[in-house]
Design a protein around this ligand. Structure first.
Ligand SMILES: NC(=O)c1ccc[n+]([C@@H]2O[C@H](COP(=O)([O-])OP(=O)(O)OC[C@H]3O[C@@H](n4cnc5c(N)ncnc54)[C@H](OP(=O)(O)O)[C@@H]3O)[C@@H](O)[C@H]2O)c1
Length: 352
């Protein structure tokens, strides 16, 4: 097959989605339906089970090894969104081996957390967490990276060149159940004095789930398998520009107080979780500066940041979910009050 040639021009692509009802997988399902693909979902039927009444739903439980519903069927591609299961590599092996002759391609949603060392502009060859080790017993960032790296190696072993492994950084968009990107949009919309971490110059990378899914289907359609970092945008985005765009989109009069990182650390603020997009100093200029050259060369494109923010904002105003991430207003106020005499408050947008 030639580069760019669509393997599915003459037939409807049959897609099996393992998961498909929460956030990223939900976009996999929605976009597949919009593209006219024929989809099947496989999950326990517990999360948003009323979605897609006309779609085939197979029920099973990967943790219990209940995969009977997948037996004796054929699809063109399977998308595996499995994330935090304690024995992720074993679960991925079970589905990968069961489906080996039932699908042409296996897509595994991995993460940039598989890298042990980050370098500015680091590509897909950065070192990974070692895979020849016991399964981690406790879930933390290292365990997450290790489990994903182990699962990647299973997909490579079973599928070889038929496997597609995508390594996203922060995935954002409507349905995002983590609330990380959403924290900033919601907080800035509320207005007032907003605690902003460290410096407007901090780098930010993210990917809109919808851009990622569209690109994955494009890769599958053109049979461009392999391993790809999936981070955006195309240009080098800074935190100050991100917050300013949130301010513009939500038409907010928020003012930003940039609080030095050492003060946030001394106040016990948890990077990434309590202040999403803020990283500890040793990870700045590396984690959010990975190379996306291979993905760009293979068709990844990005909608404007303002569109992503707008769509999340609209969705958030309807859903009003509670999130584990984000800084409480009490904590924010306490830190701002503590420092009000020594930190200057500056609006990001020029005042007219
Ligand atoms: N968010 C980020 O910034 C980020 C960054 C990098 C990578 N990632 C990766 O992106 C993926 C995101 O996935 P998502 O949660 O949004 O996917 P999703 O497919 O939308 O939701 C998870 C699905 O798994 C199903 N499920 C849960 N336990 C199951 C079980 N024991 N057996 C069978 N199905 C089960 C759930 O349905 P039921 O409950 O009905 O079973 C649900 O449909 C993860 O792999 C994550 O590691 C995320």
């Amino acid at each position: 097959m030639g580069v760019g040639e669509n393997a599915y021009t003459d037939k409807i692509m049959k897609v099996l989605i393992l998961g498909g009802t929460k956030f990223f997988g939900r976009h996999c399902a929605e976009i597949a339906l919009k593209q006219g693909y024929q989809i099947t979902l496989f999950n326990r039927g517990q999360t948003n089970n009323s979605l897609y009444p006309n779609v085939e739903k197979l029920v099973g439980d990967r943790i219990k090894g209940d995969l009977v519903a997948l037996q004796g069927r054929k699809w063109d591609v399977v998308i595996d969104t499995a994330g935090y299961f304690p024995n992720l590599p074993d679960l991925v092996r079970e589905t990968a081996e069961l489906l080996k002759d039932a699908v042409s391609n296996y897509v595994f949603i991995s993460t940039i957390s598989v890298y042990t060392e980050f370098q500015a502009n680091g590509d897909e060859t950065l070192p990974l967490y070692p895979i020849n080790q016991e399964l981690p017993q406790e879930m933390n960032a290292q365990a997450y990276g290790t489990l994903k790296a182990m699962a990647e190696s299973v997909v490579q072993e079973v599928y070889g060149e038929r496997g597609l492994i995508v390594r996203p950084g922060l995935i954002v968009g409507p349905y995002d159940n983590t609330g990380r990107f959403t924290y900033w949009i919601r907080r800035i919309h509320q207005g007032g004095e907003v605690l902003a971490p460290e410096s407007p110059e901090l780098p930010v990378q993210y990917i809109d789930a919808r851009d990622l899914v569209q690109w994955i289907y494009q890769l599958v359609s053109t049979r461009k398998m392999g391993i790809y970092n999936a981070v955006g945008p195309k240009y080098s985005l800074k935190l100050g520009d991100f917050l300013a765009t949130c301010q513009q989109v939500t038409d907010s009069s928020a003012k930003f107080s940039w609080i030095p990182g050492e003060i946030l650390e001394s106040q016990g603020i948890e990077p990434w979780q309590e202040l999403p997009l803020w990283l500890p100093p040793q990870m700045q200029n590396t984690f959010a500066c990975l190379s996306n050259s291979k993905a760009l060369a293979n068709g990844l494109s990005f909608r404007p940041l303002a569109e992503t923010i707008h769509d999340i904002w609209q969705w958030d105003q309807v859903e009003q979910l509670e999130y584990a991430s984000g800084l409480s207003r009490d904590k924010e106020t306490a830190i701002l009050q503590l420092l009000s005499n020594s930190i200057s408050i500056s609006p990001l947008l020029p005042t007219t």
